[in-house]
Write a protein that binds this ligand. Structure first.
Ligand code: DGL
Length: 289
């Protein structure tokens, strides 16, 4: 199947902010990434792999996580506050790594933001639409993400012939944070959640939550090798790179750095975060909310 040009999401911005800066200055500014907590580190990992010369500022809203069982209004308010914090750090582009925030709050964030804003939903949906042979696509995510219906809407737009099957899997987030990604409890839970999708005969399964890539091996085993398992992190990173190139914001350095902020429990963030990202998650700064 041919690869379509990646789409950029919510590139609307007010150009005035960049007027006083040269392109080189802009390229040196960090990329902001936020998530409801730790899970967005799977997205940050893909970003750093593809864009190793970039600097990143990551904010995990660990005091208010999870977002996946909260209302649209509350998720939107929290997401806007996260974006404001990162914008005050002088970021050149904002990545909304949280599927739940991307599902319900991306437009609200982009409407008050003067830099490009990229969520994880559209890149993930695009990747799934591209690889699905028969257009029978399953999507799993948090309750709020699935209830928003956004994956179904976007996938139907990209593949009008597609049949979309969705399932909320709320227990997978705490399982992953506990490090239970390959034991019997994890297997039983994954089997339980995926049984209906298996019966539907899907050929592609989209992991619509930051935490699920940590269960990818188990999910692939449960679904069987005939099902393509797609996660949005790598697809999002490709969209970010295309957006930086389009706005001439790429940083031409060999190595960048990652700085971590959290709203609660920095020690837990670094301990669990190392499993998601690697040993580079050495410390995190706690901010007041
Ligand atoms: N980061 C969230 C997401 O990707 C999962 C955790 C939560 O519910 O806050 O949807």
């Amino acid at each position: 199947m041919t690869r379509a040009t990646p789409v950029s999401v919510n590139h609307r911005r007010k150009p005035a902010r960049r007027d006083s800066r040269t392109e080189a200055d802009s390229g040196g500014r960090p990329i902001g990434v936020f998530d409801s907590g730790i899970g967005g580190l799977t997205v940050l990992k893909a970003l750093v792999e593809l864009l190793p010369g970039e600097n990143f500022v990551y904010l995990g809203d660990t005091a208010r996580t999870p977002y996946g069982n909260k209302s649209t209004e509350v998720i939107t308010r929290y997401s806007r506050e996260n974006a404001e914090f990162l914008l005050a750090k002088g970021i050149k582009l904002l990545v909304v790594a949280c599927n739940t925030s991307s599902a319900v709050a991306l437009d609200a964030i982009a409407s008050d933001t003067a830099v490009p804003v990229i969520g994880v939903i559209e890149p993930g949906a695009q990747a799934a639409a591209e690889v699905s042979a028969k257009g029978r696509i399953g999507v799993i995510g948090t309750e709020a993400t699935i209830a928003s219906g956004i994956y179904t809407r976007i996938l139907k737009r990209l593949r009008p012939d597609a049949e979309i099957y969705t399932r909320a899997c709320p227990l997978l987030v705490p399982l992953v944070e506990e490090g239970w990604t390959d034991n019997e409890v994890a297997r039983r839970t994954v089997e339980h959640y995926l049984a209906g999708l298996k019966d539907s005969g899907i050929d592609t399964l989209l992991l619509g939550c930051t935490h699920y890539p940590m269960l990818r091996g188990l999910i692939q085993q449960v679904m069987g090798s005939a099902v393509r398992v797609v996660d949005s992190a790598a697809a999002t990173a490709r969209v970010v790179r295309a957006s930086l190139a389009r706005f001439k914001l790429l940083r031409s350095a060999r190595h960048g750095e990652q700085v971590f902020f959290v709203t609660e429990m920095p020690e837990r963030f670094t301990r669990v975060g190392r499993r998601f990202f690697g040993p580079e998650v050495e410390s995190a700064v706690r901010i007041e909310r």
